[in-house]
Design a protein around this ligand. Structure first.
Ligand code: ACO
Length: 439
């Protein structure tokens, strides 16, 4: 696939006085890369790029992101248009299949989602054996990993079975997430219903109780659809790269996605949405002095970071954050919440930060996590479930990347190189002759 995009341009590299010509790859949106696949074979050199700041790991047709121009497109469609006009299920179909579904395709995909919503009854016993304080992300990754024991037929020929694999996973992860919440609350499980849409079904499984039926609200369903769509893919981020790397060893889809869930858990990645709300709550409860937190974030001697700001790729506004910020007002109004002190603090922080030289000079803008927690909180989702919500949203993207990697004729097991900086070869010392080294 990459080879189809080799352009007429060439790069010249002079190394040890010798000239090497390297191909240039040019993507459909004009992104350019120097193709170094043959560099080591030709020169003996590797490239080094800690944190993959400047390394393209693959060619991909799924998501285009321009961090300077604040552009985010899934399969060529602007994220804002998708968030405005589509359901999450439509966008999941788009990511996995490459085109928006027709009504018939959408109905069939929705039918599969409904049909796969239950999890094997034996898996339900697993929930009983996690301690009550177990982090929901840990439960989610364990349960998703376990799915391959219950549905092993899915390991055969993923190319042909991908529709079923995707639907099964997208449907079951929602049931697992809601069940883990109910267990943590000590409440009876609420089973999925075939007559509910994807988001309504999830909300009902989360919040229905035998003593207090849950009334599904269209506004809440719309907000949840929007949030999940905005999280559905973000090209080669930490968790997606993890899914691709683990999957590159030809590991099954469930195990690869489980690894991605663990990567997402990190506070610098998906875990930031929970950290944002905890930071806003802390500011509110300690009297509202947000300036103290902004000053701490700027202090080079303090490791504190203003969570919800900054992004590896966006050096301008995160387009998702703007859409979510606008959605906040609509959701709160529809729920009859006339004011939210955390939203007020968030807005004030953003206003100060966008004018502050420290943040401006480092291109630190609010990211997708800054406002999403306020909506989740208003819907009733507890903060320790926020990253689980992110995982539900990101799942179609992970599946699409896993499938793309699996089908790629240029597929290779992912295996970065390194520069070794440890001791040179030294003679072995028997234990009786070893001396203690000061550490
Ligand atoms: N608050 C204060 N300073 C910050 C912040 C922040 N949130 N983010 C970056 N900086 C500063 C760094 O201290 C550094 O300053 P320096 O040049 O003086 O040393 C500079 O900006 C560059 O930061 P890096 O850490 O090099 O940027 P990187 O691209 O590696 O990190 C990251 C991006 C991890 C998102 C970072 O901005 C951060 O930690 N943000 C807070 C956590 C967060 O919100 N994560 C969610 C990201 S979105 C997502 O994953 C879904």
């Amino acid at each position: 696939m990459i080879d189809d995009f080799i352009s007429d341009k060439k790069a010249e590299l002079i190394l040890d006085g010798k000239s090497y010509i390297l191909p240039i790859i040019e993507g459909t949106e004009g992104e350019k890369a120097i193709d170094i696949r043959s560099l080591r074979a030709k020169t003996g050199y590797v490239t080094i790029d800690s944190g993959y700041m400047n390394t393209g790991s693959c060619a991909s047709t799924i998501t285009f992101l321009d961090g300077e121009q604040s552009i985010l497109n899934y399969r060529g469609y602007d994220i804002a248009e998708l968030a405005e006009n589509c359901s999450f299920v439509e966008v999941a179909y788009l990511l996995v299949h490459g085109s928006l579904p027709t009504q018939a395709q959408l109905s069939e995909f929705s039918r599969l989602l409904g049909g796969f919503a239950l999890i094997h009854e034996d898996m339900i016993h697993f929930f009983d054996h996690f301690p009550p304080y177990a982090p929901p992300m840990s439960i989610l990754s364990s349960m998703v990993n376990s799915l391959c024991n219950f549905y092993p037929e899915m390991n055969d020929n993923p190319g042909e079975n991908i529709d079923m694999m995707a639907a099964r996973l997208i449907s079951k992860i929602r049931t697992i997430a809601a069940f883990s919440y109910k267990k943590s609350m000590g409440q009876p499980l609420v089973y999925p219903r075939h007559d509910y849409s994807y988001c309504a079904n999830f909300l009902n499984m989360m919040f229905h109780s035998p003593v207090k039926p849950y009334m599904v609200s269209d506004a809440v369903v719309a907000a949840l659809n929007k949030l999940l769509i905005l999280h559905a893919d973000h090209e080669q981020n930490c968790s997606t790269s993890t899914v691709r790397l683990v999957g590159s060893a030809r590991v099954n889809l469930y195990a690869s996605i489980s690894a991605g869930i663990n990567a997402l858990w990190g506070p610098l990645h998906g875990g930031a949405n929970q950290a944002v709300i905890e930071m806003l709550e802390e500011i509110f409860e300690s009297g509202g002095d947000y300036m103290k937190y902004i000053e701490r974030a700027k202090d080079p001697k303090d490791s504190f970071r203003l969570v919800g700001f900054g992004h590896r790729v966006y050096k301008s506004h995160d387009p998702r954050s703007r859409i979510i910020k606008n959605a906040c007002d609509q959701v709160l109004a529809s729920l009859g919440i006339t004011s939210d002190p955390l939203l007020d603090i968030a807005r004030e922080i953003e206003e100060v930060v966008l004018k502050d030289d420290y943040f401006v000079s480092r291109n630190l803008y609010p990211n997708v996590d800054f406002y999403s927690g306020i909506i989740y909180r208003a819907i009733g989702i507890p903060s320790n479930m926020f990253t689980v919500m992110f995982a539900l949203g990101r799942l179609p993207g992970w599946i699409a990347h896993w499938k793309e990697m699996w089908d790629d004729p240029n597929w290779r097991i992912g295996r970065p190189r390194q520069i070794y900086t440890g001791p040179k070869r030294r003679p072995f010392v028997p234990i009786s002759e070893r001396k203690e080294f000061a550490v």
